[in-house]
Ligand binder design. Structure first.
Ligand code: SAM
Length: 257
């Protein structure tokens, strides 16, 4: 299996990762000339964290991802949410081979995923599939902060920036920098920020952490050690029904030729 896909080919991602707030879609909608657009493709869609929110802005949404487990999770969501299957589809496919005709896509979205792609290949493919004047919205969110518990925030921060510091892949640098170093080869590039908030309980926080690529790498290097041991001690002192408020900043680029 592709090394990158190994990080995401599990059901915990769907369980733990947030979908996006209305603000993200409002920023995109303001940028589009007329709504709804005809075709939207969400590349590296995961289990649909952004794809379902895009249904309000397009007649049809296609989500593609290399991970079979993520695509399966997204397809299950179509049924669970009772969405007309003519409006949304998910396919296993790579960012270098978007399964649509030339110049047929009005809006491409890439949520928390472009840092995993071969950028040159993806940009070439984006230009092939976008209609003249079509747009791409590309965003990431930076490391979450635990807003309502300083002790847990300290242990959480020590985990991602201390214990796991050397286990993040090089792809992470782009995210840590808020995609400042991402320079898509389009004539018009605008940058926006929004806030991403979500709440989770103790188990949810540990599942969320388990979706980090750095945890995967740490386990490979130290199969007998638990990188979360210190954090778990702090969590043990919390009431079992504690709910944590997590907050990140979303960094978005809206681009078109
Ligand atoms: C961090 S997840 C983001 C998922 C979702 N878009 C979200 O906002 O949570 C990155 C996703 O990109 C997918 N991915 C990585 N490289 C890819 C590529 N070259 N082509 C398509 N999908 C890719 C992974 O399988 C994973 O589901």
């Amino acid at each position: 299996m592709n090394e990158i896909i190994e990080y995401f080919d599990h059901t915990q991602y769907k369980q733990a990762r947030p979908s996006y707030p209305p603000k993200v879609f409002e920023i995109i909608a303001k940028h589009l000339k007329c709504l709804p657009v005809k075709n939207i493709v969400d590349v590296g869609c995961g289990s649909g964290q952004a794809s379902f929110g895009l249904l309000n802005y397009g007649e049809h949404v296609l989500g593609i991802d290399l991970s079979p487990v993520q695509i399966q999770g997204a397809r299950e969501e179509i049924l669970r949410r009772k969405i007309d299957p003519n409006r949304i589809d998910f396919q296993i496919s790579g960012s270098n081979a978007i399964p649509v005709e030339d110049h047929s896509v009005d809006l491409l979205t890439v949520a928390q995923a472009i840092h995993w792609f071969d950028l040159e290949e993806f940009y070439k493919e984006a230009k092939r599939v976008l209609v003249p004047g079509g747009s791409a919205a590309i965003w990431c969110y930076d490391m979450a902060r635990v807003m309502n518990n300083d002790t847990v925030e300290r242990a959480f921060s020590n985990l991602h920036s201390g214990i796991l510091k050397n286990y993040w892949t090089k792809h992470r640098e782009l995210v840590d920098n808020g995609y400042k170093d991402l320079n898509p080869p389009f004539k018009h590039v605008e940058r926006f920020q929004a806030i991403l908030e979500h709440s989770t309980d103790i188990e949810g926080l540990l599942v969320y952490i388990g979706t980090w690529s750095s945890v995967h790498e740490y386990k490979k290097a130290h199969p007998d050690q638990d990188c979360c041991a210190d954090l778990k001690k702090v969590l043990d002192a919390c009431a079992p029904d504690t709910v944590f408020q997590l907050q990140s900043t979303i960094h978005m680029l809206l681009v078109r030729d």
